[in-house]
Design a protein around this ligand. Structure first.
Ligand SMILES: NC(=O)c1ccc[n+]([C@@H]2O[C@H](COP(=O)([O-])OP(=O)(O)OC[C@H]3O[C@@H](n4cnc5c(N)ncnc54)[C@H](O)[C@@H]3O)[C@@H](O)[C@H]2O)c1
Length: 260
């Protein structure tokens, strides 16, 4: 029986590449996005998060094999907190019951190498406490200076997501239920999210100074999709709580041997 996968953010970039790759490999894919998707749902709020779970339950008949939580925003705005962190957690919590009937259930989310860049400690701590109203209020304050503190919103959501994976993966809900839970942390990927940041050579060079990618430079979205597909596939039986950097080397350059 072919596997059934759910991919959020399926209308664009990495989510779209993941949807296409899994479909090419013969999987049934349920795409979720705010537009052009099998399940149209806005993951920034409770109604859309409920619509995601309900829509996937209806289309899948109540059993899925994998969840790929890819949807995200990079805007220096509170919506980035709502979608990247709380939308991702709601996706995984809402769909976890549907994984129970799979012989090889898997869950993967998309963090970022941005988790290694400066972030806002207060926002990260509110995210870790899963206090959405307070986190949105803190993001509102940070967003007042889009060019400086606003940029900390995105990295804070990704740092908190990576931390969440580390803390949850070995728990009874995930490892205890036989579900490998992992993340990928991409470097710079050529998608609509980054198009305006890498449209000139000068911009590319400036960004590559912050995010060094000595191995093959800026990547196409299918590169990340392939890593996601392996983490969410049957072959992955024992990776647990790993943040897999698909980043052309930025983690190795920035953190060196501080992490094993
Ligand atoms: N592009 C990069 O360089 C890069 C690097 C690291 C991590 N990422 C992460 O990869 C993921 C995908 O990004 P991408 O580069 O493919 O961007 P993208 O903008 O091409 O795609 C993001 C998708 O998420 C969807 N989305 C946004 N808000 C949503 C909402 N409220 N509800 C439902 N869907 C929503 C969008 O409609 C879009 O289809 C994001 O989590 C992003 O943070 C991207």
């Amino acid at each position: 029986m072919p596997r059934t996968a759910v991919v959020t953010g399926s209308a664009s970039g990495i989510g779209r590449a993941t949807r296409d790759l899994l479909a090419q490999r013969g999987e049934a894919v349920i795409g979720v996005d705010v537009h052009d998707a099998d399940v149209v749902a806005d993951l920034s709020g409770p109604e859309g998060r409920a619509a995601l779970a309900e829509g996937v339950r209806r289309l899948s008949g109540g059993r899925i094999d994998s969840v790929y939580a890819v949807a995200g925003l990079a805007a220096p705005a509170p919506a980035t907190v709502a979608v990247n962190y709380f939308g991702t957690l709601a996706t995984l919590a809402g769909l976890r019951p549907l994984l129970a009937g799979s012989p090889s259930p898997r869950a993967v989310l998309v963090s970022s190498m941005a988790a290694l860049l400066p972030s806002d400690a207060e926002l990260v701590s509110l995210l870790t406490a899963e206090d959405e109203p307070a986190a949105l209020a803190r993001a509102e304050v940070l967003a007042k200076a889009p060019e400086t503190t606003g940029g900390l919103i995105y990295s804070s959501t990704k740092l908190a997501l990576s931390r969440w994976v580390r803390r949850q993966a070995a728990s009874p809900e995930w490892a205890g239920a036989g579900i490998p839970l992992n993340a990928v942390a991409p470097g710079i990927i050529a998608t609509p999210m980054t198009a305006a940041m890498i449209s000139t050579d000068e911009q590319r060079q400036a960004l590559l100074e912050r995010v060094p990618m000595p191995l093959n430079g800026i990547a196409e979205p299918v590169v990340v999709a392939r890593a996601l597909a392996w983490l969410g596939g049957e072959e992955n039986t024992h990776l647990c709580g790993q943040i897999v950097y698909v980043d052309g080397g930025s983690d190795a350059v920035i953190r060196g041997d501080a992490v094993w």
